[in-house]
Design a protein around this ligand. Structure first.
Ligand code: ZN
Ligand code: ZN
Length: 295
């Protein structure tokens, strides 16, 4: 399984001289299982760059097919979608929504139990107050699929989604390709009682790679626990590298990848976060734009 990170920031894009190494785009991952189908996790601003790369392949001719899994619909996970160029390639027939011969196909997966939230939100951010092209005018064929709390098959992979702890909810994903497993748990907070979220533990069990929300240092997350003052981040829906290491050890994970870097963190700050994880779980790395992992 080929895994590439196109956006690793949380909350808001932060391009600039202080974030050159890790990158400034928000969450997006490209996943190519052994059957070479294309899975994408989240449409933060990183998906714009992935889209440009895809145009060089079948997607440029309207013959591409992608499966985009949305962890949730917070802005930093959907904002790149209107700039995903493969969505504009094709001439689908609006009246019956059947594709013609040259029409990219995009399958969008997300939670469905809150008023079809994914579809409503993606359409909403393309309403004319916000964006000049509405979703009905995209050339690609777009299909929405519910995914939470079940396992689905996409080509050769099994994708299991479970709810994790985050304001208004988030899905964690376990992607199983033969005997290789990738788990993505972005935007998740650990329980306040010192335990590990049982849904996360179940998803992460013996995974080859666990991608984990490490937005805050332990001191930033809970200053008073370190004898410091300052605002707490408890209840904000994000976690720390220490908690990531704890999950990795408990679940028997092989490699821990830290993501959703805080917009206030420059490259040195992210390296400090990475070091905290490595001191507790040596096979840890902080994700950066362009990072490729092959399992
Ligand atoms: Zn986020
Ligand atoms: Zn979020």
């Amino acid at each position: 399984m080929f895994i590439k990170f196109w956006g690793v920031r949380g909350s808001v894009p932060v391009p600039g001289k202080d974030t050159i190494f890790f990158g400034g785009n928000t969450t997006c991952m490209e996943i190519r299982p052994s059957d070479n189908k294309l899975l994408i996790i989240d449409a933060g601003t990183g998906i714009r760059l992935l889209g440009l790369e895809l145009l060089k392949s079948d997607f440029g001719k309207g013959r591409g097919e992608a499966h985009i899994l949305f962890s949730h619909t917070h802005w930093d996970h959907i904002q790149g979608f209107p700039f995903f160029m493969p969505a504009y390639v094709g001439h689908r027939n609006d009246s019956n929504r059947k594709p013609d011969k040259s029409c990219n196909k995009l399958h969008l997966y997300g939670v469905s139990d809150v008023d079809e939230r994914l579809e409503v939100t993606l359409r909403g951010q393309m309403e004319h107050f916000y964006f000049p092209v509405d979703m009905e005018n995209l050339g690609a064929l777009i299909k929405f699929h519910p995914i939470q709390d079940k396992t689905i098959k996409i080509g050769s992979v099994f994708v299991t989604a479970k709810r994790l702890i985050h304001p208004n909810g988030v899905l964690g994903f376990r992607i199983q390709d033969g005997n290789k497993t990738l788990v993505v748990a972005t935007d998740c907070e650990h329980p306040s009682d010192g335990t590990i979220d049982s849904n996360l533990l179940e998803l992460a069990k013996e995974a080859d790679v666990l991608v984990y929300d490490s937005q805050y240092s332990p001191e930033e997350y809970n200053p008073s626990a370190f004898g410091a003052s300052g605002p707490t981040k408890i209840g904000w829906g994000h976690s720390t590298p220490l908690e990531g290491a704890k999950v990795a050890i408990e679940a028997g994970v092989k490699k821990l990848v830290l993501t959703h870097h805080d917009p206030l963190h420059n490259d040195d700050d992210v390296r400090r976060i990475e070091k905290i994880a490595q001191e507790n779980f040596p096979n840890s790395i902080a994700a950066y734009e362009g990072l490729v992992i092959q399992v």
